[in-house]
Design a protein around this ligand. Structure first.
Ligand code: PHE
Length: 472
């Protein structure tokens, strides 16, 4: 038998399987929980326009680049950079760290969603006017949200420890379309409520006077977060992709689906929000208050719809957090030679501790501040406002300046067998435009943000990684 140097790289079973996995990673809490409240806090329409521009010009280009790097090198985040240029290992390491930190708060929200599956049928919807207060009381409690978070994290652990098994894929194939249908249903309910048009105005009529450097940074960070970019996730997924697949069109499909779900969430939430006379700036509780309120108003089988909605939201969250955990676990397996099970257990244990702190920072530990913010915000702001954007910028610089143009062209056209008419445009964007946009936005954002010390801390971490990365 012929000696093979590298292990044969696993491939996705089918194009559909890959699309579901990549779209599953992209579509998550970012679209349904986060996008609406960020839009609500950042002025609605103006935020939406900037967000869409970020997705189109930055996000899509970076996703194509991540797929290309992953498939070209056939390696996950750290290995992909390292194999091309040792000095760039830190860019991959930053990705792994981002995965870690996002998992310091994501499962907390996943736990809320899981809890709401049960709360929907245990009386929450019986008192529609108290739904907002009930949410506040729930997340600030000291033990209840912890229990749900731990259950949520345990589900992740079991699946990742086994490798990505058929179970979650099967569940995703049923529940993601269910989520879609339910969103359409909620949109109809929402826009037909009296007073709904104020919500549509809020979402689609930009008020530019509300835009600051912060708004743009929030939109850019969200575009990375929602597309799972800037942390090696799509590099890893691309590395399992067959040479026959067309990368640009797959990237377009994933980006399109993700954007569609975010827009649908906006359409589902804002009209109802204004119809009920609620505030768009209520932050992370938005979806947990508005959606149950809509179903409570329905009476009858309303609670059933609410249950299905939160089941679907939990599954959307799961397919994302699995990918996040997988990036960290894959690093420990590939680069540290650990077996999958212990790698998963250690990773989950650390994530569990971070999540306990995050969850408690909503109530019991509200007074404990790290660089001026609580634990939940610490992990959130650090990743979404700094690490992901900088990670994306590093990837763009790496691809634009350290990889050969011919290699990229070869990868993106499958060795010249398929056309990618926009190659030159994409290359120009990645090489010149994307790094500059991100640098400018990051600088504007830093100048405008209140948590300067947190920003500086984030940048110091990146520099420390850059110095010590060769050991990784
Ligand atoms: N894209 C996911 C969401 O929108 C979150 C995520 C970020 C997943 C980064 C993987 C990597 O919820």
């Amino acid at each position: 038998m012929q000696q093979v140097e590298k292990k044969q790289r696993e491939n996705w079973g089918s194009r559909f399987g890959f699309l579901m996995a990549a779209a599953g990673s992209a579509v998550g809490l970012g679209n349904i929980w986060r996008f609406p409240y960020l839009a609500g806090e950042n002025g609605g329409g103006a935020f939406l326009v900037i967000y869409l521009l970020c997705i189109l010009f930055v996000g899509l280009s970076i996703m194509i680049a991540e797929f290309a790097v992953g498939r070209r090198t056939g390696l996950a985040a750290v290995g992909a950079f390292k194999s091309q240029n040792k000095n760039w290992t830190f860019a991959g390491a930053l990705g792994v760290l981002s995965g870690f930190f996002i998992m310091g708060f994501y499962p907390v929200v996943g736990g809320w969603s899981l809890a709401y599956v049960f709360k929907s049928v245990t009386g929450l919807l019986a008192a529609p006017e108290a739904i907002g207060d009930a949410f506040g009381a729930f997340i600030t409690a000291s033990s209840e949200p912890l229990v749900w978070m731990i259950i949520y994290l345990a589900i992740n652990l079991v699946i990742v420890a086994k490798g990505i098994a058929g179970g979650i894929e099967k569940a995703g194939k049923v529940l993601m379309p269910t989520l879609f249908v339910l969103l359409i249903f909620i949109i109809f309910r929402s826009v037909s409520l009296p007073g709904a048009s104020a919500g549509l105005n809020f979402l689609f009529k930009p008020d530019w006077s509300l835009v600051t450097g912060q708004t743009v940074l929030a939109a850019l960070g969200q575009s990375f977060f929602t597309l799972s970019l800037g942390m090696g996730c799509m590099i890893t997924y691309g590395s399992y992709l067959s040479k026959k697949e067309e990368l640009p069109s797959n990237a377009l499909t994933v980006t399109g689906l993700d954007t569609l779900v975010a827009l649908m969430a906006g359409l589902a939430i804002f009209p109802a929000l204004f119809a009920f006379g609620m505030e768009p700036t209520q932050g992370p509780g938005l979806v947990f208050v508005v959606v149950p309120t809509i179903f409570a108003q329905m009476g009858g089988i309303g609670p059933l719809f609410s249950v299905i909605f939160f089941v679907a939201l939990t599954v959307a969250a799961l397919t994302s957090s699995l990918s996040l955990m997988e990036v960290v676990v894959a690093y420990m397996i590939d680069e540290k030679g650990m077996a999958r099970k212990p790698a998963t257990y250690i990773t989950s244990a650390i994530m569990g501790v971070m999540c306990i702190l995050s969850s408690l920072s909503m109530g019991t530990l509200a007074g404990v501040k790290l660089f001026g913010v609580g634990f939940f915000d610490f992990f959130d702001i650090l990743t979404d406002k700094i690490f992901l954007a900088i990670g994306g910028m590093l990837l763009a610089i790496f691809v634009g300046w350290f990889m050969k143009k011919e290699d990229l062209k070869d990868e993106l056209t499958n060795g010249g067998t398929v056309a990618f008419g926009l190659f030159e445009l994409w290359y120009t964007l990645i090489k010149y435009v994307v790094p500059v946009i991100i640098a400018v936005v990051a600088i504007m954002g830093i100048a405008a943000i209140e948590q300067t010390s947190l920003m500086i801390f984030g940048i110091v971490i990146i520099l420390v990684l850059a110095v010590f990365s060769k050991k990784l």
